[in-house]
Design a binder for this molecule. Sequence first.
Ligand code: HAM
Length: 410
Amino acid sequence: MQPLPGFRDFLPTDCAKRNYIFASWREVARRYGFVEWDGPVLEPTDLYRKKSGPEIVGQLFNFTDKGEREVAMRPELTPTLARVVAAHDREFKKPLKWFSIPQCFRYEKQQRGRLREHFQLNCDIIGEASADADVELIALAIDLLRAFGFTSSDVVVRLSDRGFWGDFLRVRNVPEERWSELLQIIDKSEREPRDKTAERLGSLATDVFQTLDSGGTSERLDQVVAGLQARGLAEFASVDVRIVRGLAYYSGIVFEVFDRGGKLRAIAGGGRYDHLIAQLSDDACDLPAAGFAMGDVVLGELIDATPAVRDRMHARMTAAYEIEIFVVVAKEERRSEAVKQAQLLRDRGKRVDYSLGAAKVGKQFQMAEQLGARTAVLFGDEWPNVAVKDLASGKQELVPHERLLEHVAR
Ligand code: HAM
């Protein structure tokens, strides 16, 4: 039996990698003053039908539950966040800086960088309309990647502004009800043959292609770039109006993070969504908002493809999981004393292991080595002394068993 297509089993090394990524995400998000929250995995399907836009709705894992409710596994967290903020608005001082690491589910065609479940770090600022919030979020996205060891030669943030495209469509008298559909076409244009995009754009095609080729900017984009320059992070970002974002609710600055080589799908994406909370509020709670999400799948691929970053991860993973002390039961009649000392060492916070069944001493040393132990403590003929052996140098010292804890602490 295999897992379903697009779902993963997390074997211990996969879990270690996931924990490493999550720990780094949490550490950096907290550095920026973000606090953690979470929402339900299952939501009413309508939440996404109304808010996420057709692309995500086509990818929902949805069903009717036993109470005849139309429900969906969350494909993203932003509609939940908007719902929660609208409901608890009065309980919190603004701006809110919230982060979360949900597992999300999208029935996508499985391909490199795209699965049917993934984890994403979401970071959002609610209640701040100025470009300072956009800059803070983009700086955070950059710092999250720097914390893994990525540099500006590995990753780039492509910045754009939905306002720029709004102006473009308004000037050409395109009715607002068509904007969302047209923005989706522009968003997909990089991944589709030009003639197909042209056909879908109709009479707008020439103007859109000209704009995509020549580039563009906006006042807000200039402010964001200046903000990143002031923080010394400008080399990580470039303005690129080809970024539009597939989700329906974005209303201003949008951005996506890619590998510089352009080989992988987006590592992260986000932007400003100033109208979503009001749309989900029963009592006219109207708060500006912006945020982004960084997925674990593409990030994991880029870590593996970047030797310095991968080596750093392996060193940290080893340090986090290695056993420190292996207790060797050299004589079975010493087992209960050995286990008692192992327990005391664990109480002191040491990572300690030993052979659960009787095993030859040589075999036990092999286990110690496999587990990465630096020290072995032998319980055998020397009792009431124990032999403390440094496994790297082979140096051994006899220590009275009642002084073992003190010795190890030293
Ligand atoms: P999104 O661009 O749909 O944005 O997803 C964010 C990131 O999640 C992507 O850049 C990608 O790394 C990862 N991701 C998305 N779908 C998959 C998939 N099928 N398999 C693997 N990874 C995937 C959002 O979800 C917005 N809600 C982000 C946001 C937060 N905007 C404002 N606040």
